[in-house]
Design a protein around this ligand. Sequence first.
Ligand code: NAD
Length: 450
Amino acid sequence: MDIINPATEELVATVPDSTREDVDAAVKRAAGAQRSWSALAPGDRARHLRRFADAVDTHLEELAQLEVREAGHPVGNARWEAGNARDLLEYAAGGVERLTGTQIPVAGGLNVTFHEPLGVVAVIAPWNFPMPIAAWGLAPALAAGNAVLLKPAETTPLTALRLAELALEAGLPEGLFQVLPGAGPVAGDALVEHPGVAKVVFTGSTAVGKQIMAKCAASVKRVTLELGGKSPNIVFADADVERAAAAAPGSFLDNTGQDCCARSRILVQRSVYDRFMELLEPAVTSFAVGDPADPATQMGPLISAAHRERVRSYVPETAPAAIRGEAPQGKGFWYPATVLEGRPEDRTAVEEIFGPVAVVIPFEDEAEAVRIANATDYGLSGSVWTRDVSRAVRVSRAVTAGNLSVNSHSSVRYWTPFGGFGQSGLGRELGPGALAAFTETKNVFISTEE
Ligand code: NAD
């Protein structure tokens, strides 16, 4: 498979396209490696993972540059992504010895619980944040005693392949962590269907997530789904409107809007609507678009020509827009920052566009804001801008989404839980429960009777 730089359309690398036979061989190798890995003393497993984290840390810049070339991410963002993968490995290493069971009082004996590893885990990753999302599954799954087969997205396998090399250099057993670049319907599907795979961790579109969940049902295979979003950014009249407007562009333009948590529906209380739009215009048009290798760049290209066509199918560059930024001409899959004014029921206001496009919608009062916020099938994240702490709590509780932020757009910290309500997903990743999600709880009763 040819890997294309989305900023220049140049060939970056060519990688193997894994077959069903490759997947089968990888599962068998992984199963062998997992047995000895799970038998290691917890401290030894943790030490291996710390060495892996150190190897990632030593190669942080190289990994970031790979991400710039294969995904078109601005280099500052790519450095954060590589750092996130390292942090996840360190965090998971710290959790190995804390993955403890419980002792539950019973009559006539002792009752204890154990966290047993699942076996071989498949991590199927998307192209929008290739390194962090790979690490979100990889690190806790390994820490809990599993083997991991990672299928990166077709367009972005290079950082995943490099991570697997670094794992070997750091001394992780052969076969324990393998990368299978390849097509979703072939390598991805083979992992989902394989009887030797105990759990599938899928991050990607809701449509593919539904297919995977249906296939997993056949053998009651464990599944975690991190799917799409259409998150609201709710600005009340009592907010610091200047701050809210200054922060809004980052919340839907970062990663060129290819962010499952993008706040692509901006709901603004009518009394401050005009003021907010006045402030938003310069904030959007000054967002720095261009060469991802330039540290000053804030927004790069879209991932591919096909994805740009999808974004255009919602909003052609020639369609009327309230605000439109600039985009480079010529080679590369560029698309300008675009803000539309719309209604809650518009297709652009309910479907995930996954590009640098936001829809601004006015509302009258708190009840209407919550009603509009909840009027999609998704429920991944959202922001609430207000100076009233009671309102902040009320609205955060009323919005049906997994990750809310108040006076902020920050959604992801590796030590706090992350996941979606509704059709945004199933299960949680990250946070204190991350390792336990890769185990089965076993209950053992030991009779003390003679
Ligand atoms: P996608 O669903 O097209 O692909 C995701 C992965 O699934 C890729 O590796 C792909 O090869 C694989 N795949 C495709 N068809 C498959 C099949 N039939 N069987 C098994 N695997 C298959 O998604 P994408 O376009 O790569 O990613 C964008 C989507 O991911 C967006 O909807 C975005 O919101 C979502 N996303 C969600 C989160 C989250 O945490 N909730 C994070 C990032 C991205």
